[in-house]
Design a protein around this ligand. Structure first.
Ligand code: G3P
Ligand code: CA
Length: 245
């Protein structure tokens, strides 16, 4: 069965990458959660998509230029009036939230623009602290960072993110002991891609699939997981899909 993972939490309904969005996703009954992490000036792993806080908060500037204690004063509700105030979450807070559940957690390291020296080690240590190694998948568009994670912990479960139709992604992933590929949905439309993944025992988690038609099409490809802003709708589509079989 294809799993449904909430992209930045249930982000179609609650402000992305906030505890509110993660709690809502859990309430909806998702199989997993995807989130993005960056590092503050004082080295706290925080959950936010962009390098700057401009788009989703009531303030401006780079995450890396703020100490965590400064960031918690700002409102990260992304202008969603249904949520008057949302604090920026730390990765640790999300791990505490997910720990009692059975959910998979996909931690995307957003370190393609800024390297955030030491972030891989910090993230690994946090996951280890909560003994969640068996259900965390580390992904990044920065493949050097994924290789670094595997060097620090060869048993880490990792994924290469990519958005282009690159030839040989599955053999490339296998050569680095990376178990998953995380392609943009449209990459799947190329049959060679899925064939090569299956031949190399690489599992696919695809993003960000929001259109019901594409969710249905993605289910047909038997990918491991669909990452979506609308996990509630995706789960209903999956119910219908499974009944048809
Ligand atoms: O991890 C899948 C997807 O979230 C990657 O793109 O920009 O939404 O982080 P983005
Ligand atoms: Ca992401």
């Amino acid at each position: 069965m294809t799993y449904i993972w909430a992209h930045r939490g249930a982000s179609a309904y609650a402000p992305e990458n906030t505890m509110e969005a993660f709690k809502l996703a859990i309430k909806q009954g998702v199989d997993g959660i995807e989130l993005d992490v960056q590092l503050t000036k004082d080295g706290v792993v925080v959950v936010i998509h962009d390098e700057t806080i401009d788009r989703v908060s009531d303030n401006k500037g780079f995450v890396k230029d703020y100490d965590y204690q400064q960031l918690i004063n700002f409102n990260f509700n992304n202008n969603n009036q249904d949520y008057p105030f949302c604090k920026i979450p730390t990765l640790e807070e999300v791990l505490q939230l997910i720990k009692p559940t059975k959910l998979t957690l996909n931690i995307e390291l957003k370190n393609s623009v800024f390297e955030y020296t030491g972030m891989e080690q910090k993230v690994l240590e946090l996951v280890k602290k909560y003994e969640m190694e068996d259900r965390v998948i580390y992904s990044s568009f920065n493949h050097y960072s994924i290789v670094k994670i595997l060097k620090l912990d060869p048993s880490a479960i990792c994924a290469f993110l990519h958005s282009d139709k690159v030839i040989g992604m599955a053999t490339y992933a296998k050569s680095y002991n990376v178990k998953y590929l995380h392609p943009a949905y449209y990459v799947l439309l190329d049959q060679n891609y899925l064939k090569e993944a299956s031949e190399n025992n690489i599992l696919i988690n695809t993003w960000t699939v929001n259109d019901p038609i594409y969710i249905y099409e993605a289910l047909k490809t038997k990918v491991n997981a669909i990452i979506t802003d609308y996990p509630d709708k995706a789960m209903l589509i999956r119910d219908d899909f499974l009944k048809e079989k």
